[in-house]
Design a protein around this ligand. Sequence first.
Ligand code: TA6
Length: 289
Amino acid sequence: MPYRNFNIPGQLAIIPGHGELPKIRVETPWSSAEIYLHGAHVTHFQKKDEAPLLFLSAASDYSNGKPIRGGVPIIFPWFGGREGLPAHGFARTVTWELVETAALANGAIRIRLSLPTIAFFEAEFIITVGESLEMEFLVRNSGKQETSFETCLHTYFQISRIEEISISGLHGSSCTDKLLDRHFTEGPAPLQVSGEVERVYNNSTATVEIADPGFQRIIRVAKSGSASTVVWNPWIAKSLRMPDIGNEEYLHMLCVESGNIGTDSILLPPGGLAAMKVTLSSHPIPTHP
Ligand code: TA6
């Protein structure tokens, strides 16, 4: 059985997942998680006695060359469409190499994966599963020229119902509403979603929170090394056009994505290193006495 020496009895095992793709199953005292080597794709994170934190489409593909729909797709080295190239780059559709698994002294589990070598980029993805889900994406320019790239952890969150939630933490960032082609500075009011939404926020470095009364929790997206946030929900019409998402799944998912895209793209000198860290956690909604 390949990967056997990465197993940590009772805490981490590599098993066949959907489509027989190798999947890392993690159990900690606080939570469970699943990560596919395909795209180094975190597909599941759930704290004990809570609903899953991540949405995963029941209609997702699990095959080489196709991204898994849901969880945390790694978008790299470009965001969005490129003529004749795969949308959102290739990192999410290649098989990453499992480099290290470790049980940490505090009971958390750390997993380190590396992107198969490509010209002028080396990339590593380090996942720490514990009471929270911590993800670090490291990129080094291994070429001889200055190079730029975009990146995004395109996280799909599981929510009780789209009309119930509100999003805060975007106040003051520069918003581009991709559907309305509008540009504005986000105001203080929490964002609510009542239709298809696709908004790219630049100079957005603050922690974003999703308040979900239906699940009685606040999801917190804390980050460093990331200046962009994307908020996306396909709603009805777009969901109908997407074969790998159920027609009504939009009601229970919301993407709050953390990265560096557009004007926040990263420019790396030869040998330069860029590090982005995103920590996902959930907290009870305070009940006022
Ligand atoms: O982050 C929003 C977005 O760029 C949307 O345009 C939508 O296409 C979504 O990503 C999913 O993209 P994908 O290539 O995974 O279907």
